[in-house]
Design a protein around this ligand. Sequence first.
Ligand SMILES: C[S@@+](CC[C@H](N)C(=O)[O-])C[C@H]1O[C@@H](n2cnc3c(N)ncnc32)[C@H](O)[C@@H]1O
Length: 322
Amino acid sequence: MSGLQHHWDTYWQGKGGESQAVNAPEMARELAAFWNTHAGATLQGRGRARLLDLACGAGVVALESARAAQARSVGLQIVCMDIALEALLAAREGLSGADIVSVIAGDAGALPFAAGSFDLVFSQFGVEYAGLDALSQAPVVLADGGELAFLCHYKDGAIYAESRRNLRVWDAVETSGLLNLALGLLEAAYSADEGTGSQEGLHACGVAYRQAAEQAGALAQNSDGEAAQNVLRLLGDLAQLIRRRAAYDRDDARGWIRAQARSCAAVRQRLQDMTAAALDTGQVQAVLAVWREQGVNVPDPDALKLGDDTRPGAWLLKASRT
Ligand SMILES: C[S@@+](CC[C@H](N)C(=O)[O-])C[C@H]1O[C@@H](n2cnc3c(N)ncnc32)[C@H](O)[C@@H]1O
């Protein structure tokens, strides 16, 4: 397994069949409604169609397309492709009611399909993670009469800004060394309780931990958003664990802090990936120019607004082959 695949597998582990593309459930519903409507419109007048959901994750786009196809009695053959096997397991489970579904593990930058294999090629916050070349080459698999639609992360848009804000908070937790220092303090406290550790050592660990907690806490207090709330909750949980350590098994307490460290690293990685994948106007124009060279029809890029935010939430990139 490649490093990249392993990283995304870790990300999808235990996530079940939900979309992980956005945090807010109302935004996920808005996106689902977008795909239901969009798939419905593109399926109109087709007796059957082949759909590729690229970088499908748990398959939410494919699922909405299957619903739209069923409502219009269109036979939809779905291929879900993702680099993460764990995501594909979730997609297969979520799509178990759909007619014909195949899941394929692979890199969206090296599509294993013949040219013109699909009538619909969709992706939501997915194919841009594979890079600009992957985005540029995607229309190759579009059949005559086919339609492609990608919702991609929008640099400096609403979701991007929220992710940057959350990333700053998690970066502060990382640089403060909070979880390592919590582990050190916990060990020193247990050792002092057992009479095997020194009070001076315990005091020094306490000072270092409190400094880190104050640093991370101050940033979280002054920031809005999911990360700030989670960091404040984490600080409360850590304080309680250390204070009430006698009530917990030492290995369990240690294991809990290590699990928090793993989970913080995973969230931070996800936010770093997302902000790095977001496309600016110049990148979008460069990709669309390559699409046009491939002979597909490409309207101007559009932007989808989500929720009450007036900033764009996502790029909507479309192409069709006549
Ligand atoms: C933010 S998630 C979005 C998933 C899904 N489209 C959704 O909207 O819920 C990004 C997805 O891209 C996948 N991915 C990342 N790099 C990829 C690559 N090079 N090729 C294929 N899939 C990739 C990840 O495994 C992950 O499932």
